[in-house]
Design a protein around this ligand. Structure first.
Ligand SMILES: Cc1ncc(C[n+]2csc(CCOP(=O)(O)OP(=O)(O)O)c2C)c(N)n1
Ligand SMILES: [Mg+2]
Length: 391
C-alpha cells in the first residue's frame, strides 16, 4: 500500500478483503487506532525500505511530511487560508506599532507573527461548535476561530467596546459563543481547561472537540503531564497542540527540554502523538482534519507537535540578543505566508488579482477595526471595580 497515512478504516478494508500483510513505505504514518487493530488482528507489516525497524515497538506516529497536491484544495479554501493568515499578520503588525507608540497600555504584547499557519490550519479544520483554549500569544488563535478584530483592537487599547470592556487586554480575550475558552497569561493553564470542556463533551456525547494550543515552554509545566494522563484515562476528545517555536522567552528547547521531540512525551502517557510541519498551512489542515475525523468517531486525546518559527521577539520591544544572526537570517524561509504564496504559484486558476482581492478585504477589515477602536471611549472611572465577578 503506497499510502502515506494508514488509518483504522484502511486496516478494516484490508481485513475485510482477507489480507494479513501490509506493505508500506518507510515514512508511512500509522495512526494509533490503526496500530491497535493491526496488533489485534495479527497483521504483519512489511516495509518496502528494509532499513526500517518494526514501528510497532516504538509506538511513534512521527510524520515526516504529509504528501499532498495543492490542486487537492478548492480555490475557496486556498483563498480563505490566505485571508485568515493575512488578517492575523496585519492585525499583529498593527498591535506591534500600537505597542511601540505607547497606544497599548500594560507591560507586554506577544504577537503571533510567523505562526499563522498553525492557528489557521487548525481552526479551519474545526467546526464552529468546537472549542479552543489559547495562550499569552493568542491573537492568531482567536482571529482564526472567528473573533471580531474590532472588539479585539478596542480591548488591546483599553476601550469600553472591547471584549472585556477594556479591562482585560491582550491576554484575557474570550468568546464562548465562538468556542474560544480564553487567551491565558498563565503558561500551561489552557491544558486542564481543555480537559474540562472535553470531559463535558464526552458526557454530553455531542461530538464537540477541544483543541488546546500551548508552547514548547508550556510543555515543561506540570499541567502538561497531568492533562495528558487525565485525557487518556477518560478517553477525552481533545487535541493538545504544542506550537514548538523552539523558544520560551529566550530559552531554547535544547536547554529546557530533556528530549527535543516533545511529541514523544505523549507516547509515555499512551496518547497518540504526531510531529507536523507548522510552517505549512496545508499540512497542518490535512493532519488536523484527519485526526478530528478519528476523534469524532471514537473520543480519544491526541498530542500534536507543530514545528514553527517566531518571526519577532518574545514581546514587542524584545531586542532578541539571544538569537544568532544566522537564525534571524533564516527566518524568512520559514515564513508561513511566503511558503503559502510559493505553493499557490502552482495554481493556474488563482491569479494575482484574486490575491489582491483578498488583500483589499483584509485591509478594509483592519481599517474598520481602527475606526471602531478609535471611536470607542475609555471605561468611566466609576466602573473600575465592576465586571470582575459575575453579577
Ligand atoms: C506559569 C507561568 N510561568 C511563567 C510565565 C512567564 N512567561 C510568559 S510567556 C513565557 C514563555 C512561554 O513559552 P512557550 O510556552 O514556548 O510559548 P511562546 O512564548 O513561545 O509562544 C513565560 C515563561 C507565565 N506567564 N506563567
Ligand atoms: Mg515557545
Amino acid at each position: 500500500m503506497d499510502r502515506k497515512i494508514i488509518t483504522q478504516e484502511d486496516v478494516k478494508e484490508i481485513i475485510s478483503a482477507g489480507g494479513k500483510k501490509l506493505v508500506i513505505l518507510d515514512d508511512t504514518t500509522i495512526t494509533s487506532l490503526a496500530r491497535d487493530l493491526i496488533n489485534k488482528e495479527g497483521i504483519k507489516l512489511e516495509y518496502k525500505d528494509k532499513t526500517k525497524v518494526d514501528p510497532l515497538g516504538n509506538n511513534s506516529t512521527k510524520t515526516k511530511g504529509t504528501v499532498y497536491s495543492i490542486n487537492d484544495f478548492t480555490k475557496d479554501t486556498v483563498l480563505q487560508f490566505y485571508y485568515l493568515m493575512l488578517k492575523i499578520r496585519l492585525f499583529e503588525q498593527l498591535a506591534k506599532t500600537y505597542k511601540e507608540k505607547g497606544i497599548i497600555p500594560g507591560d507586554f504584547v506577544h504577537v503571533y507573527m510567523g505562526q499563522e499557519a498553525i492557528a489557521v490550519g487548525v481552526c479551519s479544520a474545526l467546526e464552529k461548535k468546537d472549542y479552543i483554549t489559547s495562550t499569552h500569544r493568542g491573537h492568531g488563535h482567536l482571529i482564526a476561530k472567528g473573533a471580531d478584530v474590532s472588539k479585539m483592537l478596542a480591548e488591546l487599547i483599553g476601550k469600553v467596546d472591547g471584549y472585556c470592556k477594556g479591562k482585560g487586554g491582550s491576554m484575557h480575550i474570550s468568546d464562548i459563543g465562538l468556542g474560544i475558552l480564553g487567551a491565558n497569561g498563565i503558561v500551561g493553564a489552557g491544558l486542564p481547561i481543555a480537559c474540562g470542556s472535553a470531559l463535558a463533551s464526552k458526557f454530553n456525547k455531542d461530538k464537540v472537540i477541544t483543541v488546546s494550543f500551548f508552547g514548547d515552554g508550556a510543555s515543561n509545566q506540570g499541567t502538561f503531564g497531568e492533562s495528558l494522563n487525565f485525557a487518556k484515562i477518560f478517553s477525552l476528545p481533545v487535541i493538545f497542540l504544542c506550537e514548538n517555536n523552539n523558544l520560551a522567552v529566550s530559552t531554547p528547547v535544547s536547554y529546557s527540554c530533556g528530549s527535543p521531540d516533545i511529541y514523544r512525551r505523549g507516547l509515555g502517557y499512551g496518547v497518540e502523538s504526531e510531529l507536523i510541519n507548522g510552517d505549512d498551512v496545508f499540512e497542518v489542515y490535512l493532519a488536523v482534519k484527519r485526526i478530528l475525523k478519528e476523534i469524532r468517531k471514537e473520543p480519544h486525546p491526541v498530542l500534536i507537535e507543530a514545528t514553527t518559527h517566531r518571526q519577532i521577539g518574545h514581546w514587542v520591544g524584545d531586542p532578541q540578543k539571544y538569537r544568532t544572526d544566522k537564525e534571524l537570517a533564516d527566518l524568512p524561509n520559514h515564513d508561513p505566508l511566503r511558503i503559502f504564496l510559493g505553493k499557490v504559484k502552482g495554481r493556474s486558476d488563482i491569479t494575482s488579482s484574486d490575491l489582491e482581492g483578498v488583500e483589499s478585504k483584509v485591509v478594509a477589515g483592519i481599517k474598520k477595526a481602527i475606526d471602531f477602536a478609535d471611536k470607542s471611549s475609555y471605561p468611566p472611572l466609576e466602573n473600575a471595580t465592576k465586571d470582575y465577578l459575575k453579577e
